[in-house]
Design a protein around this ligand. Structure first.
Ligand SMILES: [Zn+2]
Length: 75
């Protein structure tokens, strides 16, 4: 299984999201899995292991833990 890719919206607790990344020439635009609005990520390379426990978006984490969405993600 591939590691979960995280993208930073802001350097605040809960502002690192998982979602679909659209790689553009100058930026990475992320559509978060949790349904929040798209954003330009601060990091170009995805983070696989977050530095702080409270860094990750709790809604994205909850969705990643759902077996149904894991199947969707794998396809
Ligand atoms: Zn999120």
């Amino acid at each position: 299984m591939r590691p979960v890719e995280w993208f930073v919206r802001a350097v605040r607790p809960g502002e690192t999201h998982h979602g679909r990344a659209d790689y553009r020439a100058e930026s990475v635009v992320v559509s978060p899995m949790c349904g929040r609005s798209r954003f330009v990520a601060l990091n170009r390379s995805p983070i696989h292991e977050c530095y702080y426990d409270d860094q990750r978006c709790p809604d994205c984490l909850r969705l990643l833990a759902s077996p149904a969405l894991t199947l969707v993600r794998a396809s």
